[in-house]
Design a protein around this ligand. Structure first.
Ligand code: UN1
Length: 518
C-alpha cells in the first residue's frame, strides 16, 4: 500500500520539503516558509503523519498578488491560442502523472482511487476544453444606428484571479478556474483548503514545470498561498484581485463576498448544496437505485453535489426503500487505497461529530434510521486512526429543520409524496439551489421538472444522479449556492472583461439618439 513517501519524488514535491515542513506559499516559483505557527498534517485514512504546513500570512498574500499582477501584464499580450498551447501542455503533464496525483488526492481526502482518478480526469478534460476555447473567445458585432459606424464587442484579459477551493475536490475545482483563467490571459493566485495542501503543491509543481519549458510564459502566472480562512479573506479583500472565485461552505462564501463587495470587486461563488432527487411511479428503479447510492454514499457524502434528500412517490416507496437498504448493506467501507472499497473515511473527527449530531436531531424530529449511521471500528479493511462511518438512510415524516441543512456526510433523508407538484415544491423549499434530479420515464413529468416552474437549481437532471457533472456544462447553483457558474458553456466570460467599441469610419459626427449639439 502506497504512502506519502512514495509520491514525494515522482510528483516533484521533494524540492519543497524542508525536514518535515511544507511551504505555505509558492510565489513566482519560489517556496516561502513563513514563521507562523505550523499546522500538523495527517491523512484521514489512518492519521499517518504528513508533516507540517507553515501557513502564509498577509505579507505572502500581498506579495503573491503583486507578482501575479506583473505576470499578467506580459501574459495578456500573448495571443490566446498560444496561451491555449500552454494549457494543452499542462494537460499532457497531468495525463502523465494521473495515477500518482490521484494517489496523493486519496491520501489527503480519503476518496477512493477511481474517484480520485476521476477528479484528475476533470483537470485533464478542462485543459482540453480550455485549449480549444483559446481559439473561440469570441465577441459580437452589433448594428449601429449611425451611418458608417460599427459596434464591436471584444473580450480582453481581466487581471489577477483569486481562487479559493475546498478539501473535497483539491485540484479539479481550482483547475476549472485556473485553466480557463490562463487561456483568458489572466494570472492566478490560489488558496486551497488547509486540509489538502500537498495536492495543491503537487498541482503547482506540475504547472510550474510546464511554465519553465514554455517560451514567453512568466513564472508568476500561478501563485500559491496556503492557510486558514484569514488567507482567503486577505485575498478577497485585495483590490488588485479582479475576480475572486470561491468554492466551499455558504458561511465562507458570505465572508468572501462581503470582503470583495466592500471594494466593489467581482466574486464568483459555488457554495453549499442540499441536493434532492424525485422518484416517480414510472421510474426505472434499478437505474434510480444505482444513481441514488452513488450520489448519496459516493465520496462518503462529501461532494457539494451529494444527494441528501429523496422524495419518493408513495406507490413505489416501499419497493425503492427495500432496494436501497439492500444496496447499502453491500457498500464496502474501508481503506480507500483498496480496490474493492466504495466508501472511504470522512475528512476528520469534526465531520463525524456533525454527522452524528444530525442523526440525533433527525430522530428527535421524527425520523427513523433505516440503515447505517454508526462509526465503523478499526480492524480488517478499516485502518486505525480514520473516521469511518456507515452511510445512513433515514425515513423522515416530512422536510424538518435538519433536512433543510447541508450536513457534509453520507446522510440521505427519504420522504414520501403523493403529487409531483408537491415534490417539486419541496425540492425548491430549501435555501440552497445546486443540484437536483428526477427519475421518471414519463416525458411530461421530466418536462415539468426541468421547465421554468420546475427545479430551481443550477443543475436539474433526468435519470442521472445529482453528483458527477461533466465539465462541458456550466457548473453552479442559485440562492445560497451563490449564483456563480464555473467550468464549461460560457463560464469563461467571468474571467475576461468586455469592451464595447464604437468605430466611426466616416467624415461626419452624427450623435446617437439624434442629439444635436452646436
Ligand atoms: C464539488 O463538490 O465541489 O459534479 C464539485 C460533481 C463534480 C464536481 C463536484 N464534477 O460532483
Amino acid at each position: 500500500m502506497y504512502t506519502l513517501t512514495d509520491l514525494i519524488a515522482p510528483l516533484g514535491l521533494a524540492r519543497w520539503q524542508q525536514a518535515d515542513c511544507w511551504p505555505g506559499a509558492v510565489i513566482d516559483g519560489i517556496a516561502h516558509y513563513p514563521s507562523t505557527p505550523s499546522r500538523q498534517l495527517q491523512s484521514p485514512i489512518d492519521a499517518q503523519d504528513h508533516g507540517k504546513l507553515l501557513p502564509a500570512s498577509a505579507v505572502e498574500v500581498r506579495a503573491a498578488v503583486g507578482c501575479a499582477m506583473v505576470a499578467f501584464e506580459t501574459w495578456r499580450e500573448v495571443p490566446a491560442p498560444r496561451r491555449g498551447e500552454l494549457v494543452r501542455r499542462i494537460g499532457e503533464a497531468v495525463r502523465n502523472h494521473k495515477t500518482l496525483l490521484a494517489q496523493l488526492i486519496t491520501l489527503e481526502t480519503g476518496k477512493i482511487g477511481s474517484e480520485a482518478e476521476g477528479e484528475v480526469q476533470e483537470w485533464i478534460d478542462v485543459c482540453d476544453y480550455a485549449a480549444g476555447l483559446s481559439r473561440q473567445l469570441h465577441g459580437l458585432t452589433i448594428a449601429s444606428e449611425r451611418p458608417q459606424h460599427r459596434l464591436l464587442e471584444q473580450w480582453h484579459p481581466l487581471g489577477v484571479v483569486g481562487v479559493i477551493s475546498a478539501f473535497n475536490f483539491p485540484v479539479a475545482v481550482w483547475a476549472w478556474n485556473a485553466m480557463l483563467a490562463l487561456v483568458c490571459g489572466d494570472a492566478v493566485v490560489w488558496k486551497p483548503s488547509e486540509k489538502t495542501p500537498l495536492s495543491a503543491l503537487a498541482a503547482t509543481a506540475l504547472v510550474l514545470d510546464a511554465l519553465r519549458d514554455f517560451d514567453g510564459a512568466p513564472s508568476g502566472l500561478i501563485q500559491l498561498v496556503q492557510g486558514d480562512a484569514s488567507v482567503g479573506e486577505y485575498l478577497a479583500g485585495d483590490r488588485h484581485v479582479s475576480l475572486i472565485s470561491a468554492t466551499g461552505s455558504v458561511a465562507m462564501g458570505r465572508a468572501v463576498a462581503q470582503h470583495a463587495a466592500a471594494r466593489l470587486g467581482r466574486s464568483l461563488l459555488e457554495l453549499g448544496g442540499n441536493n434532492a432527487a424525485i422518484v416517480t411511479p414510472s421510474a426505472d428503479l434499478e437505474l434510480a437505485t444505482r444513481a441514488i447510492v452513488f450520489s448519496a454514499a459516493g465520496t462518503c457524502g462529501q461532494r457539494c453535489t451529494s444527494l441528501r434528500r429523496l422524495f419518493v412517490h408513495e406507490d413505489i416507496a416501499d419497493a425503492l426503500q427495500e432496494k436501497l437498504i439492500t444496496a447499502y448493506q453491500h457498500l464496502s467501507i474501508g481503506d480507500p487505497r483498496l480496490p474493492a472499497t466504495l466508501v472511504g473515511p470522512l475528512i476528520d473527527e469534526a465531520a463525524m461529530k456533525r454527522m452524528h449530531a444530525a442523526l440525533t436531531r433527525a430522530e428527535i424530529e421524527g425520523g427513523r434510521i433505516l440503515i447505517g449511521g454508526g462509526q465503523v471500528r478499526a480492524g480488517g479493511n478499516i485502518p486505525d486512526g480514520g473516521c469511518y462511518v456507515r452511510p445512513a438512510l433515514l425515513a423522515m415524516p416530512e422536510q424538518t429543520d435538519v433536512v433543510h441543512e447541508e450536513t457534509f456526510a453520507p446522510l440521505l433523508y427519504l420522504m414520501r409524496y403523493a403529487r409531483l407538484s408537491d415534490a417539486i415544491a419541496l425540492n425548491n423549499a430549501v435555501s440552497q439551489g445546486l443540484s437536483s434530479a428526477i427519475f421518471t420515464t414519463d416525458l411530461r413529468e421530466a418536462g415539468a421538472f426541468i421547465g421554468p416552474a420546475g427545479s430551481d437549481c443550477g443543475l436539474a437532471n433526468v435519470n442521472v444522479g445529482t453528483s458527477g457533472a461533466e465539465i462541458g456544462g456550466a457548473f453552479g447553483g442559485e440562492k445560497d449556492t451563490g449564483g456563480g457558474r464555473e467550468s464549461g458553456s460560457d463560464a469563461w466570460k467571468h474571467y475576461m472583461r468586455r469592451a464595447t467599441n464604437t468605430l466611426n469610419d466616416g467624415h461626419a459626427l452624427p450623435l446617437a439618439q439624434g442629439v444635436r449639439f452646436g
